[in-house]
Design a protein around this ligand. Structure first.
Ligand code: NAD
Length: 310
């Protein structure tokens, strides 16, 4: 069984690492947040004092971090967090064994993914970008979708560990292709979430029960993933963030980040993305009104009349 180093044990990385432990792998974790590290040791994982300490000697290194700067810093060594912990500012690429497979599951810009892949290749190491879809529920259930970019051989080597955390594993193309596919998906998701929120609010404002309206739209031409799995209107669906005060789930700040990545990519390729641009503005304004740490389905509140005003 593979020995795995797992760095970044937050909302997503924590349950993903727990599933690797469940699958019988030896998992050594590291996170800047001690509580996240403790959650891994509570389920049978091991803890390291530094990222480099976790990665040295591992067969596979998996990272699940907020953004490109964290991923570049950790792998390449220009890391203010000092991954090695000895002041030398070594990156993961400086300490891993020559056969170690590197997998970054964070959602980041494709340029950063390509830069780390190229630096890894210079050292004879294989790196894939493998961002995920499926949210915290998918991470806990081990049913994530992995969207990979990298060589055929690295993709093939990654199968066993990815299968322990996910249900669907795609190879989108070469280095960075996983990140591009992922931001296309998240741009579409943001548009669907905003559209679903405004449609539900229009129905409520005109006297409809949001549960009944959701049931109708789910099987009609407006049906989409947010209605099936992630209804933004409180009380319509159990066990989704909207019914838990929009806690947990996928933070507005992270959606803002992903929409920024989508806009950067659309500028670079001169693509027309008007709906994505509008969704980004709506999410930025929602974040700036103090909702950055809440789940992204809370955008519903920008359209709905607050319950006590009705
Ligand atoms: P999170 O903020 O909960 O977790 C990130 C973790 O990384 C934190 O625990 C933080 O302490 C740790 N960290 C940051 N810098 C570090 C460093 N240098 N060394 C070690 N640990 C470090 O975020 P999350 O929701 O788990 O998201 C992680 C990534 O997954 C993001 O790129 C996000 O866009 C993507 N993603 C999230 C979801 C979701 O539903 N939450 C879904 C798909 C993809």
């Amino acid at each position: 069984m593979a020995t795995v180093a797992f760095i970044g044990l937050g909302n997503m990385g924590g349950p993903m690492a727990a599933n690797l432990v469940k699958a019988g792998m030896t998992v050594t974790g590291f996170d800047l947040n001690p509580a996240a590290l403790k959650a891994l040791t509570d389920v049978g994982g091991l803890s390291a004092n530094t990222a480099c300490g976790a990665a040295a000697g591992a067969d596979v290194v998996i990272t699940m971090l907020p953004a490109g700067k964290h991923v570049r810093g950790l792998y390449l060594g220009d890391n203010s967090a000092d991954s090695s912990g000895d002041g030398s500012n070594k990156g993961l690429l400086d300490v891993v064994g020559k056969d170690t497979l590197l997998i970054d599951c964070s959602t980041i810009d494709a340029q950063s993914a390509r830069a780390v892949a190229a630096a890894a290749a210079e050292k004879g190491l294989e790196f894939i970008d493998a961002p995920v879809s499926g949210g915290t529920a998918g991470a806990a259930a081990g049913t994530l979708t992995f969207i990979c970019g990298g060589s055929d051989s690295a993709f093939a080597r990654a199968q066993t560990v990815l299968e322990a955390m996910g249900a669907n594993i795609f190879h989108a193309g070469g280095a960075g292709a996983g990140q591009i596919a992922k931001i296309c998906n998240n741009m579409l998701l943001s548009v669907l979430m905003v559209g679903t929120s405004e449609a539900l609010s229009l129905g409520i404002d005109n006297g409809l029960d949001p549960k009944v309206l959701s049931d109708i739209m789910k099987v009609s031409s407006g049906g989409n993933w947010t209605l099936d799995k992630y209804n933004p209107c409180p009380g319509v669906m159990d066990n989704v963030p909207s019914s838990k005060g929009y806690q947990g789930g996928f933070m507005v700040d992270l959606m803002v980040k992903d929409l920024g990545l989508a806009m950067d990519a659309s500028l670079a390729s001169q693509s027309s993305t008007p709906m994505g641009a509008l969704a980004r503005s709506l999410y930025v304004s929602h974040a700036r009104s103090g909702h950055g740490k809440r789940d992204f389905s809370s955008i519903f509140e920008q359209f709905a009349v607050p319950a006590n005003d009705e």
